[in-house]
Write a protein that binds this ligand. Structure first.
Ligand code: ADP
Ligand code: MG
Length: 513
């Protein structure tokens, strides 16, 4: 018996039909995965269900009865709760205070906190989480905060729980705990809609999967009757190579050498606390870790965007500590920055202008103090075709390109210089499967060419697919180094969560045999 039905949902935004006649049937008590690439329309559909967006067309029924949901309040009244990717908790308040916050239950401003605390503890125990209702939210881990959000929805009486990409911020252990909570909830009759673009997670936790592509439903399948390749094909609309690991060559000379680097963040607090690492020609050193453990500051210091407090950075044996980006680029360093729109591109400039950002002051692109227009056109056209940048022409402003094509502009500019060292941070963040696959193949091609690659990513799959060695960063330090070929995901997860430390002899420098 279908329990929740969305029929013919249409939602248009300026220039895009985010939901183009979507019908979704969800059964009571199931974990229903909503799978699709970035931009497929998953969040939009669920924001409509939660009353945040008004659909342009279509209807929603629960138990056969049509419902009008025009606010989260209406959604909650219908038993629908949603946990967004960004949590909406107040750090300074306790768990119980956060749970009751914003509830207008007629009890007035004087909340019965004791009763709430008892109820929170009871609910938590029922679904197998351990939560101290009096703990301050600020002191909780990301995984715990997420469980408070779930608890908040349950406390408000949600029977249908929508989780929008809940694992994006979690370590593997936290993800497993979340999955077990999800399974318990569904076994007790709750219905869960789980949004994800990760095939293995969908395979792992769902009963059924609905695949969205370009605002439409491609298929709804039973999870036990499908497999990751089929899901990937449905998601992208063509065959996808899931295995990006190429032949591993043996690495050559040391290209990047970072020693005891200490870096502060923008508030002046220590973000990197004495990191040492080496990357050799022809190898990829992957830096894994939960976002915000000093990765950004480390990369900014290495690429000349942030001053280091102490320590050194050397490229090919030459001390480059404190050099600004331009001279660093001259040493053979290329950089794919973590935020392509802020530091990677000048959005108001054209594809051609962005393509020559690193080379415009040198012949043949420059002629004296002038730009060699003919050469600029020839150079950028060749990059556009070589890197398959989908743009009407080279004069289009970069801000008008899709995220994937913007990233290709950066790749083209950086890799066309044949760098000796490539520093790439979140190179596929926000990209769809097709563009991700492309970026991965280019990074591996650089490695084959003998380039040294330092890769930072919060996507474990990406780290595992590309890295020869994996350094796990936790609270500004390298918590451990693992062999990329047979990295133990359990161990990685523990390192990411800071719950284990490898011995001091295991530093990121060198290969240790
Ligand atoms: P998903 O969650 O599957 O990644 P979304 O539902 O967020 O996809 O987005 C679907 C499409 O709708 C995308 O093209 C996105 O840019 C667009 N979109 C989503 N929300 C808005 C909005 N508030 N305003 C304009 N466009 C939006
Ligand atoms: Mg989304």
């Amino acid at each position: 018996m279908e329990f929740l039905e969305m029929r013919g949902i249409v939602k248009r935004f300026p220039g895009v039909v985010a939901n183009n006649g979507i019908s979704l049937s969800v059964r009571k008590g199931e974990v229903h995965a909503l799978l699709g690439e970035n931009g497929a329309g998953k969040s939009t559909l669920m924001n409509i269900l939660y009353g945040l967006y008004e659909p342009d067309d279509g209807e929603i029924c629960i138990d056969g009865r049509p419902l009008r949901i025009s606010s989260p309040r209406d959604a909650l009244d219908a038993g629908i709760g949603m946990v967004h990717q960004e949590f909406m908790l107040i750090p300074a308040l306790t768990v119980a205070e956060n749970v009751v916050l914003g509830m207008d239950d007629g009890r007035g401003p004087l909340l019965d906190l004791k009763a709430t605390e008892a109820e929170v503890t009871r609910l938590a125990a029922e679904y197998l989480f351990r939560i101290d209702p009096r703990a301050r939210v600020a002191d909780l881990s990301v995984g715990e905060q997420q469980r408070i959000e779930i608890l908040k929805a349950l406390y408000r009486g949600a029977r249908i729980l929508v989780l929008d990409e809940p694992t994006a911020v979690l370590t593997p252990q936290e993800t497993r705990e979340l999955f077990s909570v999800m399974k318990t909830l569904s076994s007790q009759g709750h219905t869960i809609i789980f949004i994800s673009h990760k095939l293995n997670e969908v395979m792992n936790v769902s009963d059924r999967v609905t695949v969205l592509r370009d605002g439409r439903v491609v298929a709804t399948v039973n999870t036990r009757d499908t497999n990751p390749s089929e899901l990937a094909r449905l998601m992208v609309g063509r065959e996808v190579g899931l295995d990006t690991s190429g032949a591993r060559t043996s690495p050559g000379e040391t290209v990047l050498s970072v020693s005891n680097l200490v870096v502060n963040d923008h508030r002046g607090l220590r973000a990197v606390k004495g990191v040492s690492l080496e990357v050799r020609a022809g190898e990829v050193l992957g830096i894994a870790g939960v976002d915000g453990n000093g990765q950004m500051e480390l990369i900014e210091a290495i690429t000349g965007l942030r001053k280091a407090q102490s320590g050194s950075v050397a490229v090919l044996g030459r001390d480059c500590t404190g050099l600004p980006p331009r001279p660093l680029a001259e040493t053979g360093m290329a950089h794919i920055p973590g935020n392509r729109q802020r530091t990677g591109l000048i959005l108001e400039m054209s594809v051609a202008e962005n393509a020559i950002l690193q080379t415009y002051y040198r012949p043949p692109i420059s002629r004296g103090i002038m730009l060699n227009e003919g050469e600029v056109r020839r150079f950028s056209d060749s990059l556009i075709s070589q890197y398959d940048i989908r743009t009407p022409n080279q004069d289009v402003k970069v801000k008008l390109l899709s995220g994937g094509n913007q990233q290709k502009v950066i790749l083209a500019r950086e890799l066309s210089r044949q760098p000796r060292l490539l520093v790439a941070m979140h190179p596929t963040r926000g990209l769809d499967v097709g563009a991700t696959e492309y970026v991965h193949s280019r990074i591996l091609a650089e490695r084959e060419r003998g380039c040294a690659v330092l890769l930072v990513s919060v996507e474990l799959e990406e780290i595992l697919a590309l890295s020869d060695r994996i350094a796990v960063m936790y609270e500004g330090e390298i918590a451990g180094i693992l062999d990329g070929r047979n990295a133990d995901i359990e161990e990685m997860g523990l390192l990411m969560a800071g719950s284990t430390r490898r011995s001091a002899s295991c530093s990121a420098a060198g290969h240790g045999g």
